[in-house]
Design a protein around this ligand. Structure first.
Ligand code: BTN
Length: 270
C-alpha cells in the first residue's frame, strides 16, 4: 500500500468522533460499497469506513462502473445508520447524497484551494470537469434502523491523459488541476470531518444552513440542463431550485409546469 493510505497514516489524520473510527483498509477489492453493505448486514457500527487502493468492480451512479486503478485515487465507503447514528436520519434521507457531495467538494477545496463546484446531485466539478462522484446505496431497514452506504470516488493523483477514452474530455484529477500531488489520507480525513459536521447540522439544526451551503456550491442552479432519466426519457429546462427533499426542479423551455427530478444524469447545456 502506498504510504499515504496506510492505516497509521490515515488514523493520524482523522479528526472525527464517529466516522472512520472503525476502518477497513484493503489493497484491492471489488467495490468498497459492496463491502460496506456486507458489513452493514453483519452489524458493523455507524461510521464504519471501507477504503481500498484499487477496485476491480467499482460501481457508479445509474448502473455505470467506476474506473478504479491502483496507487492514485480515493475509493471509500461510509456506513451511516439511523436512528442509531443520531436523530432520525430517514427524515433527511433525500439530502444525504447531496450533503456527501458537498462534503467532498469542501474537502477538495480545503486541501488544495481548488474552486470546486457541484453538479446536481453530487458530481464534484473543477472547471466543469468531473473530479469525483458519490454513490449512495441502502441495505434497507435492520431492526427498524436504516443502513445507508455513502461511497466516494475521487480522482486524486492520476494523469487525465491516461483516463479511458469515454470520459477523458469530461474528467480531471485534483493533481492535474493544482499542479501538485495530494495526500489521500488527508483528503479522506477532510471528507469525513466535513461529512460528520454537516450530518450533525442536519440532525440537530433542521439542516437549513447545510442546504444553503449546498445551493451556494451547486453549479446546476440557474443553468439550462438536459436530464436523462432512467428509462431513456430526457428533459430539458432551466434548473430553478433544489426541493426540501433534495430533488431538482426544472422549468421547461416550453413554459409548461415545473418538473421535479429525483434521479437522473444532468448535463449543463448553457
Ligand atoms: C458516480 O457515478 O459519480 C459515483 C461514483 C462512486 C464511486 C465510488 S468509489 C468508492 C465506492 N465504491 C464503489 O463501488 N463506488 C463508490
Amino acid at each position: 500500500m502506498t504510504s499515504d493510505l496506510t492505516e497509521a497514516h490515515v488514523r493520524a489524520r482523522l479528526r472525527t468522533r464517529q466516522l472512520g473510527q472503525r476502518l477497513e483498509l484493503k489493497d484491492e477489492t471489488g467495490s468498497t460499497n459492496a463491502d460496506a453493505l456486507v458489513l452493514a448486514q453483519r452489524g458493523a457500527p455507524h461510521g464504519t469506513v471501507v477504503l481500498a487502493d484499487r477496485q476491480t468492480a467499482g460501481r457508479g451512479r445509474l448502473g455505470r462502473g467506476w474506473h478504479s486503478p491502483p496507487g492514485c485515487n480515493l475509493y471509500c465507503s461510509v456506513l451511516l445508520r439511523s436512528p442509531a447514528g443520531g436523530a432520525d436520519a430517514a427524515s433527511f434521507l433525500g439530502w444525504i447524497p447531496l450533503v456527501a457531495g458537498l462534503a467532498a467538494a469542501r474537502a477538495c477545496q480545503e486541501a488544495g484551494r481548488l474552486a470546486t463546484r457541484l453538479k446536481w446531485p453530487n458530481d464534484v466539478l473543477i472547471r466543469e470537469k468531473k473530479v469525483g462522484g458519490i454513490l449512495c446505496e441502502s441495505s434497507g431497514l435492520q431492526q427498524g434502523a436504516l443502513a445507508l452506504v455513502v461511497g466516494l470516488g475521487l480522482n486524486v493523483n492520476g494523469d487525465p491523459a491516461a483516463f479511458p477514452d469515454e470520459f477523458r474530455e469530461r474528467a480531471t484529477s485534483l493533481a492535474a488541476e493544482a499542479g501538485q500531488p495530494f495526500d489521500r489520507g488527508r483528503l479522506l480525513a477532510g471528507f469525513l470531518a466535513a461529512l460528520e459536521a454537516r450530518l450533525t447540522g442536519m440532525e440537530s439544526g433542521g439542516g437549513e444552513d447545510v442546504m444553503e451551503e449546498y445551493r451556494a456550491f451547486c453549479a446546476t442552479l440557474g443553468r439550462t440542463v438536459r436530464v436523462s432519466l432512467v428509462g431513456d426519457r430526457t428533459l430539458v429546462g432551466t434548473a430553478s431550485r433544489i426541493g426540501t427533499d433534495g430533488s431538482l426542479e426544472l422549468h421547461p423551455a416550453d413554459a409548461g409546469p415545473p418538473l421535479v427530478v429525483r434521479a437522473g444524469d444532468v448535463v449543463h447545456v448553457r
